[in-house]
Design a protein around this ligand. Structure first.
Ligand code: SF4
Ligand code: SF4
Length: 213
């Protein structure tokens, strides 16, 4: 799931302050925590209250879209609601505002959220943990199913750096050294030879890949 966090209210207010009629668009897709209609309504109330403090009399419309990342659905769901709207405030991950901006190039679109990472849900601890940076070239087969790009503080594709102390990362003693975890995992799998394989530097072009259907 895509882990997001609401921007500070003052930052949102600042971004919508040039406009009066603002449509708050929730998303029923995969953000965590959810940001659908209920959250959009809550944000509306907060912004109305905070807006008064700023001397602003916003007029909000609220709705939630099935998946803001789906340009076909977003175009058809959003279009009937745009009359008189001066700007859209999107509660989706970073893809949502970009989809709306491409569909409606004349309409200002503002993000209400910061998108952080693709998370794994740790049900026991109730935490969401950063596990994948969507690099476009997955190397988990060589690293025992542990992502060094995401879990190593330096994003090293060839580790370890040598700075770890008692299994903890030199950059953050709260965090396990990803490369020590990889070593242990490969050892259990009887595949320690993989740790000696050279992995070339990250290919950033892999990010530019496009899904064509
Ligand atoms: S190697 Fe890339 S695609 Fe695979 S888990 Fe790590 S960041 Fe995600
Ligand atoms: S100590 Fe381990 S996790 Fe931390 S930067 Fe070095 S290799 Fe990466």
């Amino acid at each position: 799931m895509i882990v997001t966090a609401l921007k500070p209210l003052d930052e949102i207010l600042d971004s919508i302050s040039p406009y009066r009629k603002v449509l708050i668009a929730g998303c029923d897709g995969c953000t965590q925590p959810p940001r659908g209609l209920r959250e959009a309504e809550t944000l509306k109330k907060l912004l109305e209250l905070a807006g008064k403090r700023w001397g602003k009399d916003f007029q909000f419309k609220v709705l939630s879209l099935v998946k803001q990342c789906d340009s076909f659905l977003t175009a058809s769901e959003l279009k009937p609601h745009l009359e008189g709207v001066e700007a859209v405030l999107s509660l989706a991950c970073g893809i949502g505002p970009q989809t709306i901006a491409e569909l409606f190039p004349e309409l200002p679109v503002l993000p209400a959220q910061n998108s952080h990472f693709l998370g794994q849900e740790n049900r026991e601890g109730g935490a969401l943990e950063d596990r994948c940076s969507a690099c476009g070239n997955c190397i988990l087969a060589q690293t025992g199913g542990i992502c060094p790009l995401t879990r190593c503080a330096k994003g090293l594709l060839n580790g370890a750096c040598g700075g770890a102390r008692e299994g903890k990362c030199e950059m953050d003693p709260e965090r396990d050294c990803a490369w020590e975890l990889i070593y242990q995992r490969l050892e259990r799998l009887g595949k320690l030879d993989l740790i000696r394989e050279f992995r070339p530097p990250r290919n950033y072009q892999a990010k530019a890949w496009r899904l064509t259907t």
